[in-house]
Design a protein around this ligand. Structure first.
Ligand code: SF4
Ligand code: SF4
Ligand code: SF4
Length: 279
């Protein structure tokens, strides 16, 4: 469970609520419940109040039109390419399910990014405050505080989190692919190395945070939305009634008013920022 301290930069470190105590060392010395109780006593579980990151005036969200989706899965490839996620780590995935027996069969297929839940199950269980809410609604992970306990993976009802075991597609550190630094979180996490974040951390989709500018607006839309050739993934601000999809130009609120939008597992009360329009 214990991993080496890393020296990677904290995303917008000036907004950090408090300096992280030696929680990783603590977890290494203690076991399971005792460690987590001790971590909590050090002031963990402060995760539901948003940090001063991102624009307060925005609530970034998605409207995914299942009628327009042609199941090409370009969204997942674009996501992998943009975020350079390693084996076993998936941010945006395409889920397919067949139900019933012939001839009464039904197929469901849809793209699933992180829902950026307003009341996120992941942040509630995080003992160190590594998982936190930004002012613009995006749920992020502070790798410097994450101890890799994976409570958040168990808690997320959408399966939107993965643990980074440190595996690579190409083992050779000098291979061109491994020399390209990750642009995640807008900070230079640099090239991958053993024992260095984000290896050993839990990872998730953050609506491609690294594509935001210093004002919290997007220099370019999220990779999945801009690659969607069926024009099914709409990405934009859900707070402003006049805001349009950053890719396709439709008003986000108008998209939600047109058909009967729904959110996954609505009954759990997580209040996701990702809406689906029925096929
Ligand atoms: S979908 Fe899961 S990981 Fe994403 S914010 Fe909601 S609970 Fe957290
Ligand atoms: S693994 Fe998840 S719950 Fe544990 S510290 Fe990291 S972000 Fe928080
Ligand atoms: S918003 Fe970015 S990180 Fe999230 S699924 Fe889309 S491409 Fe992947």
């Amino acid at each position: 469970m214990a991993r080496e301290e890393n020296d990677t930069p904290t995303p917008q470190a000036d907004a950090e609520p408090s300096s992280p105590p030696d929680r990783r060392k603590l977890l290494g010395l203690l076991g399971g419940g005792a460690a987590l109780a001790a971590v909590a006593s050090l002031g963990g579980c402060k995760t539901t109040s948003p940090r001063a990151e991102g624009a307060q005036t925005r609530r970034w969200g998605m409207v995914i039109d299942l009628k327009r989706c042609i199941a090409c899965k370009a969204c997942t490839i674009a996501c992998k390419n943009e975020n350079k996620t390693p084996p076993g780590v998936a941010y945006g995935v395409f889920l397919e399910e067949e139900a019933g027996t012939f001839p009464h069969v039904r197929r469901t297929a849809f793209f699933r990014p992180c829902m950026q839940c307003e009341k996120s199950s992941c942040s509630k269980v995080c003992p160190t405050g590594a998982t936190y809410h930004r002012a613009d609604g995006i749920v992020a992970v502070d790798y410097k505080r994450c101890i890799g306990c994976r409570y958040c993976i168990a808690a997320c009802p959408y399966g939107a989190r993965s643990f980074d075991y440190g595996h690579d597609y190409i083992a050779d550190a000098k291979n061109g692919y491994n020399l390209i630094p990750s642009s995640e979180y807008g900070a230079a996490y640099g090239t991958r190395a053993k024992g260095k974040s984000p290896s050993g951390n839990v990872r998730k989709c953050t609506f491609c945070l690294h594509l935001q500018d210093e004002n919290g607006d997007y220099r370019e839309p999220t990779a999945c939305a801009r690659t969607c050739m069926g024009k099914a993934i709409h990405f934009g601000d859900l707070k402003n009634p006049e805001a349009t999809c950053l890719v396709h130009g439709e008003k986000m609120q108008a998209l939600l008013a047109k058909r009967s939008p729904y959110r996954l597992k609505e009954e759990l009360g997580n209040e996701p920022a990702v809406y689906y329009l029925p096929a």
